[in-house]
Structure formats: structure tokens, C-alpha cells
Design a protein around this ligand. Structure first.
Ligand SMILES: *[C@@H]1O[C@H](CO)[C@@H](O)[C@H](O)[C@H]1NC(C)=O
Length: 298
């Protein structure tokens, strides 16, 4: 870029300089993500069972009869996007649950906000189930389940939660598997004022996870190991820059992210038709009258 510069005017040169600087800092931003584990995360539970590998760019979570384990973000965030690549427990993983979630830790009634991705293991050859749930101001009970259309233990796949003022979208690779619109105008609570931490855990839940608790963990297969890498958090840290969360120029608040794109909407429909195995919205035994967000349209 510098070689052709002498022939152009001062102001154009300056403009190019500014652009070059902007590009350089954008490149720097891009190259600093995804980050190492230790940059944004720390072990939160059983450090004997969390192994950093690949120069800290990946971690292994172990579950055995002594303990599960987990990690958490060092900071809390209000709106943004969190993603990581996960390779789930291979083989006979029945009774194990790996999770990736955002949460505001609080036992105070009416306060808890939480966005859950839970991966329920299965017997060898049976499909993993992904359960999602959403708590807003203490109200949860919004489970949905899809069976994955690939073996998530064979390779890393990208799992992502994007949270803006307009909607919350959970993605598996580029496929939206869950959409929760901001329906505050219709009286549905929406997580919009409290920062949440980012967490991942691996634990035993054989009382409920696999086929409703019928399939128990086979401890002869322990330790169970899940791999995590490519940690990426883009969001407004709290405490952090004032008014970041309400800034309409944050990319996740952009026009393209106010709803699903046409392609995403097609993929989302495909998942719902072909892979959804449970939706609280249609569970008449739990909700004779569907909850308001279920009939508000997506
Ligand atoms: C496990 O596999 C069974 C049989 O294919 C399936 O019904 C179930 O949804 C799968 N997942 C879980 C978590 O039980």
C-alpha cells in the first residue's frame, strides 16, 4: 500500500492511512479470536478434571465416578454472541450431560435468567439429543429437544448463542435450532437487563437424561471426555464500557439479526419438521393453554 502513496494528495494519503489503520486493527481483532481458554475463562468446578491442551487453545472435560467438572467466563456479559466448538463424549455416553449456557446466578425469586444448551448422551449408535431452555426473570419451563442429524462426538461442531434486544437464537453450526423472540410487548419476560456469565459443564444426570432416566451410566466406560475449543465471546462485558449494551450499532443488533434470514428460516423449519422430538409449546399435558410466546409467532 505504501509504494503508490507519493503520487496522491495529502488528504487522500491521510484517508488511506486511516483506512489502513482501521484494517490493521480489524485484522488484529479477528486474529485475536477465537481466544485461548485462559483469556476469557477459568475452571469453576473440579480443576482435577479439566485439562488444558494444545497450548491452552482447547480443554478436555472429564467425568468419572468421583466428579464431573466445569468452567466459567471470568466476566459477565449483557447481549452479544458466544460460541465454542465442542466434540462430545464418544461411544456409550448414556446418562452424561454436557452443557453450554449463559446464566445469571441468583436464587432470588423472579430474577434468574438463563439460556441453556444441554447435550444428552446416549447409548452407542443412538442419536444425541440437544435440549434447550430459556429462563427469563425466574420463569423457565421452556424445554425443546432436537435429535442431532450427525454424530457430535466424531468431530468438533460449532455451538452458538446470539442474544440481542430482538431475539435469542441458538445455532448448531449454521442451523438455528431455537429462536426466542422478544415478546415483552405481549407480556412475555425477556432477559434484557442482567448480565450473564458463560458456563460449560460435564456431569452425570442418569436420573433423567437418557430416555427419561431409563438408561444408566456405564461407569466401566469412564472417564467420559468432552473437548472444547475456539472460545469466542463478542458482547458487552459488565462491568465495562458505559452504555455498550444499549448501543444500537453493536453488530448483533444489526438489521440482519433482527430476525432469521430467509435461508436460516428454511433451515430452522427443516430442523423443526425433521428433528424436533419435544416442544413444550405443544405439550398439552403440561400446558393445556399454550404459553403466550408459543402463539406470538416467530
Ligand atoms: C436416545 O436414543 C433413543 C432411541 O433412538 C431416542 O429415542 C432418544 O431420543 C435418544 N436421546 C436420549 C437423550 O434419550
Amino acid at each position: 500500500m505504501s509504494s503508490g502513496r507519493d503520487s496522491i494528495s495529502m488528504s487522500a494519503g491521510l484517508a488511506i492511512c486511516v483506512v489502513a489503520l482501521a484494517l490493521a486493527s480489524a485484522a488484529q481483532l479477528a486474529s485475536s479470536r477465537p481466544t485461548t481458554f485462559a483469556q476469557d475463562f477459568q475452571v469453576a468446578w473440579a480443576d482435577t478434571h479439566v485439562r488444558q491442551i494444545d497450548g491452552g487453545r482447547a480443554v478436555q472435560l472429564l467425568l468419572d465416578q468421583n466428579s464431573g467438572c466445569g468452567f466459567a467466563s471470568k466476566r459477565k456479559y449483557l447481549f452479544g454472541q458466544v460460541s465454542m466448538r465442542i466434540k462430545l463424549v464418544p461411544g456409550d455416553s448414556a446418562g452424561t450431560v454436557a452443557a453450554f449456557y449463559l446464566k445469571l446466578n441468583s436464587d432470588t425469586a423472579g430474577v434468574r435468567d438463563e439460556l441453556d444448551f444441554e447435550f444428552l448422551g446416549n447409548r452407542s449408535g443412538q442419536p444425541y439429543t440437544v435440549q434447550t431452555n430459556i429462563f427469563a426473570h425466574g420463569k423457565g419451563d421452556r424445554e425443546q429437544r432436537v435429535n442431532l442429524w450427525f454424530d457430535p462426538s466424531a468431530d468438533f461442531h460449532l455451538y452458538r448463542i446470539r442474544w440481542s434486544h430482538s431475539q435469542i437464537v441458538y445455532y448448531v453450526d449454521d442451523v438455528p435450532v431455537r429462536v426466542f423472540k422478544n415478546n415483552e410487548a405481549k407480556g412475555v419476560g425477556y432477559p434484557n437487563s442482567q448480565p450473564m456469565g458463560v458456563y460449560s459443564t460435564l456431569w452425570e444426570a442418569d436420573d433423567w437424561a437418557t430416555r427419561g432416566g431409563l438408561e444408566k451410566i456405564d461407569w466401566t466406560k469412564a472417564p467420559f471426555v468432552a473437548h472444547y475449543k475456539d472460545f469466542d465471546i463478542e458482547g458487552c462485558p459488565v462491568p465495562g464500557p458505559a452504555r455498550c449494551a444499549s448501543n444500537p450499532t453493536n453488530w448483533w443488533e444489526g438489521a440482519n439479526y433482527k430476525g432469521l434470514t430467509a435461508l436460516e428460516a428454511r433451515k430452522y423449519r427443516w430442523v423443526r419438521v425433521n428433528h424436533m422430538i419435544y416442544d413444550y409449546c405443544t405439550d398439552k399435558s403440561r400446558f393445556p393453554v399454550p404459553p403466550p410466546e408459543c402463539t406470538a409467532g416467530i
